[in-house]
Design a protein around this ligand. Structure first.
Ligand code: AMP
Length: 396
């Protein structure tokens, strides 16, 4: 069974064609600068890379180009469009309506539009991608896989904020959580690696990338997570501030005479690793600057690690125990330095990192000492595979 996975952003579209027999990637690619000058499709198949530069004014044209490329006699991966059994779409926000993936129909589309208010930068683009696929692949089932769905199992005490309750009722203000597809994928893989049923495990999954979130996964379901209503709380991220006292916001707005939009820009785009270090939002640059003696870069690394460690401790308490810590996403998979900084001081919980094993990069590995009671795992995330698996599961 072949599944096309689509991840649509406001001016980009990522795709991956997967053969579910053997879970192989047949082809994948990225359309960039949709609706802008210099639009470009980069297509990868086997070991080769093809670039197509042409005018791509909208998402429908982008999807058509992806289809044409997948059908291309030389660098395509399909003989016929009917080989596509279904399309799995990444959708950022499913609100409280979607606790699992769904086959998209008119009712689902209406609900997705309603959720757009909660994710104004993401859901509209996801909807455009779905509409383009519906138009160009009529009759092919389209499935929505939500970033928020995995966290719908959180108990109310974990998702409600201490604000007047009416704001939850009126506007749906609560913790939703994101990166759910990634947390779910690595939790499943962790159970496999540990050779134990997921239903018995207490895990903290640390998705540390340009955007980051930490999740408590108890018995296979999310019971708490560090991102909330927006994609800004928890540990610091590339340019996002992580946890701050909300009192800072009106104070700064008054002092600096900021509009809500300008304040939002500071919190989302000028803070985190970038804001603290003044160097870059990219963890590799920060590590290099810190190694060269830049104190603010070193501080940025330590804040990222400290906040992550605090969440691990808090979530061990929330779950009443801990079997494994999982590191994933760009930083979690690749940075031995940050994994080391996070784990320093977790020995009291029974988590001991093995320096030698921790040198691993981008590969599944157990990086804890053999004596460590809590296992420490590195698991590269694979959101596309998870989306394809969920899509295939729904079809069958
Ligand atoms: P993601 O959003 O998951 O693509 O992750 C992006 C982040 O991963 C960026 O901050 C990168 O600097 C970081 N990253 C990727 N490779 C490495 C590496 N080898 N060492 C440290 N950080 C890395």
């Amino acid at each position: 069974m072949k599944i096309l996975v689509i991840n649509c952003g406001s001016s980009s579209l990522k795709y991956q064609l997967m053969d579910m027999d053997g879970e192989r990637v047949l082809a994948k690619g990225l359309v960039e600068r949709i609706g802008l000058d210099g639009s470009l499709l980069t297509h990868r198949i086997n070991e080769s890379k093809i670039e197509i530069k042409k005018d791509i004014p909208n998402h429908k044209v982008a999807v058509q180009l992806v289809i044409d490329t997948l059908l291309h006699p030389e660098h395509g991966a399909l003989n016929n469009l009917s080989e596509i059994a279904a399309v799995g779409h990444r959708v950022v926000h499913g609100g409280e309506k979607f606790a699992r993936s769904v086959v998209i129909d008119e009712e689902v589309m209406a609900a997705l539009r309603e959720c757009s208010e909660l994710a104004p930068l993401h859901n509209p683009a996801n909807i455009i991608g779905i509409e383009a696929c519906q138009a160009l692949l009529p009759g092919v089932p389209q499935v929505a896989v939500f970033d928020t769905a995995f966290h719908q199992t959180m108990p109310k005490q974990a998702y409600i904020y201490g604000l007047p309750y009416e704001f939850y009722e009126k506007y749906g203000i609560r913790r939703y959580g994101f990166h759910g597809t990634s947390h779910k994928y690595v939790a499943r893989r962790a159970a496999r690696l540990l050779g134990r049923p997921l239903t018995e495990l207490k895990l903290v999954t640390c998705h540390l990338g340009n955007g980051s979130s930490i999740t408590a996964v108890k018995g296979g379901v999310s019971v708490d997570t560090s991102l909330g209503f927006g994609t800004i709380s928890g540990t610091i991220m590339g340019t996002r501030c992580g946890d701050i006292d909300p009192a800072v916001i009106p104070f700064l707005m008054e002092k600096e005479n900021l509009t809500p939009g300008e304040m939002n820009d500071i919190l989302y785009k000028k803070s985190g690793l970038l804001g603290l270090s003044g160097v870059s939002s990219d963890a590799r640059d920060i590590e290099a600057a810190a190694a060269a003696g830049n104190e603010r870069a070193q501080l940025a690394l330590e804040v990222l690690a400290y906040l992550t460690r605090k969440y691990i401790g808090a979530y061990a308490a929330a779950m009443g125990g801990l079997d494994a810590i999982v590191f994933t996403a760009g930083i979690g998979e690749n940075s031995d330095i940050i994994r080391r900084l996070v784990c320093d001081g977790l020995e009291f919980l029974g988590a001991e990192l093995d320096e030698e094993k921790n040198r691993v990069r981008g590969k599944e590995a157990d990086v804890s000492t053999s004596a460590s009671k809590v296992r420490i795992l590195v698991i590269p995330t694979n959101e596309e595979l998870m989306i394809a698996q969920e899509t295939a599961e729904l079809l069958s």
